[in-house]
Design a protein around this ligand. Sequence first.
Ligand code: DAH
Length: 341
Amino acid sequence: MSKFDFDSLRKELEEKGAAIKSLDEAQHIRNEFAGRKAMTAASGSISSIKEPAERKEYGKAFGAYKAFAVQFTDELLQQFERRAKQQSLDLTLPGSRFHSGSLHPLTQVQNEVIDVFRGMGFSVETGPEVESVFYNFDALNTPEWHPARDLSDTFYVDMKGEDRLNWVLRTETSPVQIRVMQTKKPPIRIIAPGRVYRSDKPDATHTPIFSQVEGLYVDEGVSFADLKGTVLAFYRAMFGSDIKTRFRPHFFPFTEPSAEVDMSCIFCGAKGCRVCKHSGWLEMGGSGMVDPKVLDVVGIDSEKYTGWAFGLGIERIAMLKFGVNDLRLFYENDVRFLSQF
Ligand code: DAH
């Protein structure tokens, strides 16, 4: 036969393989017995064999040797690679850190708000963020000429096939009041937390998306005093029993009378500081007695029932609770910020 004796080659490989002690040697043996050069040398003489049967036999023997050499040296390599890896393991090093996720700070605050109001007997309602002009403005007694309806303040949604702009990204959570009053009979005692949208240029105190919690209480004999007591109890539950609230006369189309809600500054105890602009008070939201016109729209007898409502800012609470001074941080999804909560 040829110049290659595959049987003794195989034996030699086995013997050498059994004697090696390092990854280096394993790599060396791999090259020597199964490398490209070794294989070319071993198969080289095939073409010089003239006799077809002999040639076939040689080819077969070469194929078998090749498969063996590759597998044998592969296993050797793997074995020494594994050993090398184990030797480089330092079991005294600290383990790799497990990063667990957490709820977004706004979600955490919203959950806390919900807990407090649930404790006072309010149930939680939701409404769509793409809202009709009827629910967002008309039913809330907000006339066509009202500046809040301007294209520059409100994101209108252009629905295909409609010639009028009938849809908006809701500018407040107040439309949920209407949806609830249309379907439930008094007594009604609900809150509606959620996202709202306004076409504001982002800065430290404005973002085009933010969150509010709406509150609504309708029953016989509901008074402004109930509103004041409820809002005070809420802020005390959130910020501590020293908190005071103040209601300043204001105007909202859907309440009469209306008031803005201020809370005593938690940083200076209402003495005046940079955060409260030396006034001692922080603006927290709007409120008022539900305008009888709004009750009429939803078919609740405004002679028999009265109600109050409020809309409070969630980010405002979160910023005070966590000491965050830029509203945009809540919406930029920077993990360095979010992982602190
Ligand atoms: N919707 C008002 C706003 O976004 C806040 C508000 C004021 C809500 C008075 C109310 C309310 O329910 O009674 O500015």
